[in-house]
Ligand binder design. Structure first.
Ligand code: HEC
Length: 161
């Protein structure tokens, strides 16, 4: 009899502990989930504003045949595209952003070859693809073009000596 009582007591203590243990774990998970939900991540438009700056810098780097800088800028655009695919999964537009990759590869190829003419034609292709996607995403009012003036007066686009 004593033995049975002991077992019942043991089981109830164990069950009780498990219950409080679960509750603590659940509370921690809830708090982590709410922290995650409130973590700041850049919006689609913010990534695009970054891409806009790199798109412009890329042009002036290419015009100055500053291939190292051009290579850097094209990779900045590639990274931002990857970040959109990673952090903007809830936006349907993210699914079509891959359409920009062939144009980026083409520019990258022109840069590797240090080919100014190929750079120019690839840049036109890139800019047209930006606008094609804006049209497909119903943002056709957002038109990008080949820049006329340097975006930042505090950056030298010529090859540094
Ligand atoms: C998914 C296809 C897609 C591609 C490819 C794309 N964009 Fe966008 N872009 C968008 C969408 C969607 C928005 C609107 C974002 C928002 O909701 O704020 C946008 C917004 C912008 C804006 C406005 C940002 C602002 O807040 O003023 C600029 C500038 C821009 N894009 C430049 C570019 C450039 C330059 C390229 C090419 C190198 C490019 N985009 C390629 C989809 C695309």
């Amino acid at each position: 009899m004593k033995f049975i009582l002991f077992i019942i007591l043991f089981i109830s203590i164990f069950a009780c502990n498990r219950h409080t243990g679960n509750k603590i774990l659940q509370d921690r998970m809830d708090s982590l989930e709410s922290k995650l939900a409130n973590t700041y991540k850049p919006g689609f438009g913010e990534f695009m504003s970054g891409i806009q700056a790199h798109h412009s810098k890329l042009w002036f780097a290419g015009q100055n045949e500053n291939w190292k800088l051009a290579d850097f800028e094209v990779h900045e655009i590639m990274e931002a595209i990857e970040a959109i695919q990673k952090y903007q999964t809830e936006r349907k537009e993210s699914r079509m952003i891959g359409m920009i990759n062939p144009a980026l590869d083409s520019i990258s190829n022109a840069i590797q070859q240090k080919n100014a003419a190929l750079f120019k034609s690839s840049y036109t292709l890139l800019t047209n693809t930006c606008n094609n996607c804006h049209r497909a995403a119903d943002f056709e009012f957002n038109v990008v073009k080949i820049p006329e003036t340097q975006p930042f007066s505090n950056q030298d686009f010529k090859i540094s000596k």
